[in-house]
Design a protein around this ligand. Sequence first.
Ligand SMILES: Cc1cc2nc3c(=O)[nH]c(=O)nc-3n(C[C@H](O)[C@H](O)[C@H](O)COP(=O)(O)O)c2cc1C
Length: 274
Amino acid sequence: MAFIMIDADKCNQDSLCIFECPAQVLQMDSETDLPVVTDDFEDVCLRCGHCVAVCPTAAFSLEWMPADACTPVESDLKLSSGQAEQFLRSRRSVRVFRDEPVDRAKLEKLIDIACYAPSAKNAQPWHWLVIEDPAQVWKLDGLIVDWMRSIIRADPAQAELLRLPRIVGMWEQGIYKTLRNAPHLFIVHVDETWPFGPEDSALALSYVELFSPTLGLGATWSGYFYRAYNSYPPMAEAVPVPPGQKVVGAMMVGRPKFKYQRLPNRNAPRIEWR
Ligand SMILES: Cc1cc2nc3c(=O)[nH]c(=O)nc-3n(C[C@H](O)[C@H](O)[C@H](O)COP(=O)(O)O)c2cc1C
């Protein structure tokens, strides 16, 4: 197998692909003056595509990632610092949703973008379970409350610390939903042996949250959902994932009911310079 394909007419021998490779599996062939792979390439390459991305002449292709199949970076679309700052600072946890479902195409687009998030070793370990039916989301909402009740019974001090009696009380009065009446829930699960599951999930779900407003959508983490999932068996029974997988994150998704007018302030950073 060749693994890489170099267009010799386009290659300018600048070695950027070699400098850029995080796994150091490329080297310059002294005879041809073109990049070649090391013996351990197949085992060690992260398949991240940095070599393809960095080549200014589109001379470098991976077998599974030809240069001409990769979207060029459009400089016109680059955000200014001010645009990026507003984009990041205006991200909000949306908790009040319109009572309407979201087209599957938009949900798919969110997941598609989320899969461009960084992941340890470029493992892209995410499996997405989408609870598309709002009635099922409400059922899970009730199970989260059952989980809270079980903590209140088993560990009242801990329950009080998490203010669970207050939440359950509000839920019982019909003035609070743990899943916020969201029409949809994204659940991320990964191979249970993968050590970076929570981090990889958090990053992908952050992409979901950040990209949502561009599609007229909003999202919020559901920490309660995956805490319940991993400690309350009836929840795992209600939404089983394949054997050998563990749930590492969840996010509520829907169309926001309200619009934010200001950027709320946050604490000053705690930094120590050394
Ligand atoms: C790990 C994690 C778990 C969270 N779980 C919940 C949750 O269960 N329910 C909820 O309404 N918000 C949840 N949030 C949202 C936070 O409350 C929110 O990010 C915070 O209040 C700041 O508001 P902002 O996201 O609009 O800046 C969670 C956030 C994170 C990062």
